[in-house]
Design a protein around this ligand. Structure first.
Ligand SMILES: Nc1nc2c(ncn2[C@@H]2O[C@H](COP(=O)(O)OP(=O)(O)OP(=O)(O)O)[C@@H](O)[C@H]2O)c(=O)[nH]1
Ligand SMILES: [Mg+2]
Length: 391
């Protein structure tokens, strides 16, 4: 069920959206909350907005501290490489040990709990691409309710392209994973692909509302979607709905509250006693939901699978480009999402390319003849080489 907010609350949310200044945004969010009726149907929504307010407050604090010359914990780290992966788990499971083993990062490994107190990035090289892995300070029960640095860690997770969920096999791994999943769920970070997906891309005034439906609305029609968005004063946006989506999913997208992250589980300390039993229980608990890598950071077991598993789970492809007058393609690939087209590639090379696009030539093992002349809607695959011709 959508939260069914009164019109003045919806109008207020439009004001929140239009406000960039963090302090004013918090103020408007507070005003918004006072207009939201307090019943069960709005519980999740209220929680989500309060969390956003808490994150903004931290951002303000951080800025103040920076001005005063003291450095505090960073909220977000600049993305590097093909994807940013947040490494999360309870304390002592071996997050720093993993970072030290597979990336270039210098981190402190210690048997003392809560050693890592702020996000630490490192680069993992997989074939010809790189993943940025960020060790986030340990999660604990209550993190989503603001305990310790919990919201900061969940913020890092939300901002990432995917997650490594780490557990310690010498302990109750299922229990650890369920705490982590519980905290993620409370902040509406999904770890399994939702049936439907709603993306709202806000546009400038005058563009109008364009709804692209590549799937099915389960409990409403296009009209309802339009009305809902208009009630939030969203009149200029491109809305993409794929799979099976409900009106509630559309409203969630307005608040950008639900997000899906592909996950890989790293079950560490496989060298310790009881690890086999705990691994078996973990496999039963996780089933097909996400891949599990049984590893030992200390004994260097299983770590060689991490790059490939991340690559597969994130669903990315590498595409090489070639200049029309050159023989060799680029050494460094572009990384795109599976299903990306020649046009997506063109866009990521240069914003101009989209309009100036004429045709492309594609070299690929899967084609009977290479190169093949293709149009902008041609779907690319991992390993393809593309030569783009512009008008
Ligand atoms: N036996 C064994 N011990 C490990 C392994 N990996 C890490 N450890 C130990 O586990 C302890 C915690 O490791 P860290 O890497 O600091 O754990 P963390 O998850 O970063 O912990 P915090 O940052 O403190 O939350 C250290 O004493 C490590 O030596 C492993 O594969 N096997
Ligand atoms: Mg650590």
């Amino acid at each position: 069920m959508p939260a069914n907010l009164p019109p003045d609350a919806r109008k207020k949310w439009a004001e929140v959206e239009a406000t960039r200044n963090p302090r004013e945004r918090i103020q408007r969010m507070g005003e918004f909350l006072s207009l939201v009726p307090k019943h069960k149907g709005t519980l999740k929504l209220r929680g989500q907005v309060k969390k956003q307010m808490a994150v903004l407050r931290r951002e303000i604090e951080e800025k103040k501290r920076k001005k005063a010359g003291r450095s505090g914990p960073k909220l977000f780290l600049e993305k590097e490489g093909a994807a940013q992966i947040a490494l999360v788990g309870l304390t002592g499971v071996g997050k720093s040990s993993l970072l030290a083993a597979v990336t270039n990062a210098k981190v402190e490994v210690s048997a003392n709990p809560y050693t890592t107190r702020e996000p630490v990035p490192g680069i993992l090289v997989y074939e010809d691409i790189q993943f940025q892995i960020i060790e986030a300070p340990a999660l604990m029960e209550g993190a989503a309710d603001g305990r310790a640095w919990g919201l900061q860690t969940l913020g890092v997770a939300r901002n990432s392209d995917g997650l490594i969920l780490m557990v310690d096999l010498s302990q109750d791994a299922v229990g650890q994973l369920s705490v982590v999943l519980g905290e993620l769920e409370k902040t509406r970070i999904l770890v399994s692909r939702p049936k439907g997906r709603v993306e709202i891309e806000k546009k400038y005034m005058g563009v109008g509302l364009r709804i692209i439906l590549v799937g099915r609305l389960v409990d409403c029609g296009m009209r309802d979607v339009e009305e809902l968005l208009k009630s939030y004063r969203m009149s200029d946006a491109i809305v993409k709905i794929s799979g099976e989506a409900s009106l509630n999913d559309v409203e969630d997208a307005v608040f950008e509250s639900t997000t899906y992250k592909p996950c890989v589980v790293v079950a560490n300390k496989v060298d310790l006693p009881n690890a086999e039993d705990n691994l078996q229980s973990l496999r039963k608990y996780v089933r097909e939901r996400m891949p599990i890598i049984a590893a030992s950071c200390e004994k260097r077991i299983g770590l060689e699978w991490l790059g490939e598993t991340l690559f597969r789970t994130l669903g990315i492809i590498r595409v090489y480009t070639k200049e029309p007058n050159q023989r060799e393609h680029s050494k460094k690939p572009f990384t795109l999402k599976k299903g990306a087209t020649v046009q997506d590639l063109a866009k990521s090379i240069h914003s101009d390319f989209r309009e100036r696009f004429d045709f492309a030539k594609v070299w690929s093992k899967r084609l009977v003849f290479s190169p093949q002349k293709v149009g902008s809607t041609f779907v690319l695959e991992d390993g393809d080489t593309v030569e783009i011709h512009v008008k």
